[in-house]
Write a protein of this length. Structure first.
Length: 327
């Protein structure tokens, strides 16, 4: 087989990656709603392979602060350039979308806004407040940029008390200069660690893509680093090359290898792990939030048993320290 043929075989998506074209009625309704409210989504901008499945169920990941990112990561399909003006109507539009779709759990992300003094933190806070006002039962997950060189931005967002704080490490540290040149691995890790230090009630979450040329031992090290930062939930998914301009897929990792990663990560103590070829940060986020809550309750009750030996578990005491969770 010629070298060119070998390369094209390597890049052809294997069967376990192929997804159906988005054609459902629910998909088209979601699309119309997002267009009407002038909302961007990472589902479309990042060319997510799960869009047919998610939008049929009216599950979207809203991307605030415009459609243009001030960084240029080599894996990401989002347009790069000068940031758009911040839209003062955006928080109300996001809240309206959540109310119309009656979402139980919403994921809000943003482009990187290195051009703004606060990196966009204030807009995250406004969006969270607007959703809480109109849909107080909806739980909120945010997937933020790294707020690098934006003093106070992280603390501002934490004070708004999202239910889940997600920030993706994206890849192993060795590949940062090639894949994520504007970011720093230990800065991102530290950001997640700080969330837990400041507000231990907020669930923390982070993910990596695989198939970029990382070694297994490096992935295991990332898992250990995440546990050192007390991250609750890890996601692992296959990198897919959005266009020829983006970095190549080095390898399509087989589904059984994703299962092995999941087993290893669970053994390291994460409350929850999602690891599969099509895992994305926000895929099944609502269902995963329920799993996280249940896992925390189980963990707390185990700790209570260890701490009190033969003494009965004091449910009232657990409720007092975890007012947001149903026991
Ligand atoms: S996995 Fe996330 S980004 Fe992809 S379509 Fe679903 S909600 Fe959107």
């Amino acid at each position: 087989m010629s070298e060119a043929k070998k390369i094209s075989e390597l890049k052809r998506k294997p069967d376990w990656i192929r997804v159906k074209a988005p054609v459902s009625k629910g998909y088209h309704e979601t699309r119309k709603l997002m267009r009407g409210l002038k909302l961007n989504t990472v589902c479309e901008e990042a060319a997510c392979p799960n869009i047919g499945e998610c939008w049929t169920k009216k599950h979207t990941t809203v991307m605030i602060l415009g459609d243009t990112c001030t960084r240029a990561c080599r894996f990401c399909n989002i347009k790069t350039g000068k940031g758009n003006p911040v839209d003062p109507d955006e928080p109300a539009h996001v809240a309206e979308m959540v109310a119309v779709t009656q979402m139980k759990h919403i994921v809000i992300t943003s482009v990187d806004r290195d051009d703004l003094d606060d990196g966009g933190a204030d807009q995250f806070v406004k969006v969270i407040a607007a959703i809480r006002e109109t849909s107080p039962e909806t739980t909120i997950e945010i997937l933020t940029p790294d707020f690098r060189n934006k003093p106070g931005a992280l603390e501002t967002v934490i004070a708004a008390k999202p239910d889940v704080f997600n920030h993706n490490l994206e890849t192993v540290p060795r590949l940062y200069t090639r894949i994520r040149p504007g970011a720093r691995y230990f800065h991102s890790l530290n950001l997640l660690s700080r969330v837990k230090e400041i507000d231990p009630e907020i669930f923390t979450k982070s993910g990596i893509m695989v198939g970029l040329g990382e070694e297994e031992v490096e992935i295991l090290q990332v898992m250990d680093d995440m546990r050192s930062a007390d991250i609750d939930f890890m996601t692992i998914g296959q990198y897919l090359q959005p266009t020829k301009k983006h970095v190549d897929v080095e390898e399509f990792i087989k589904p059984d290898q994703f299962l092995k990663f999941k087993t290893r990560a669970k053994a390291k103590g994460f409350l929850h792990v999602s690891s599969s070829p099509l895992t994305r940060s926000s895929h099944h986020a609502s269902e995963d939030f329920e799993v996280l809550k249940a896992a925390r309750i189980e963990q707390l009750s185990k700790q209570a048993n260890i701490n009190h030996q033969d003494a009965p578990i004091d449910i009232d005491e657990m409720k007092k320290h975890n007012p947001n969770y149903e026991f």
